[in-house]
Design a protein around this ligand. Structure first.
Ligand SMILES: [Zn+2]
Length: 42
């Protein structure tokens, strides 16, 4: 599998806070993008 195919197959999630789409990290269970998450959890 090429890198391009790998990235295309990544599921995209929508942030429940700002509505931005972000790439789901393998270990992530978050419903928020990193920006909103770090804002709430700083
Ligand atoms: Zn967000």
């Amino acid at each position: 599998m090429t890198n391009l195919e790998f990235y295309k197959n990544l599921p995209r999630k929508q942030c429940c806070e700002c509505g931005e789409y972000f790439e789901e990290q393998a270990e992530s269970y978050l419903q928020e993008c990193e920006r909103c998450f770090s804002r709430k959890h700083e």
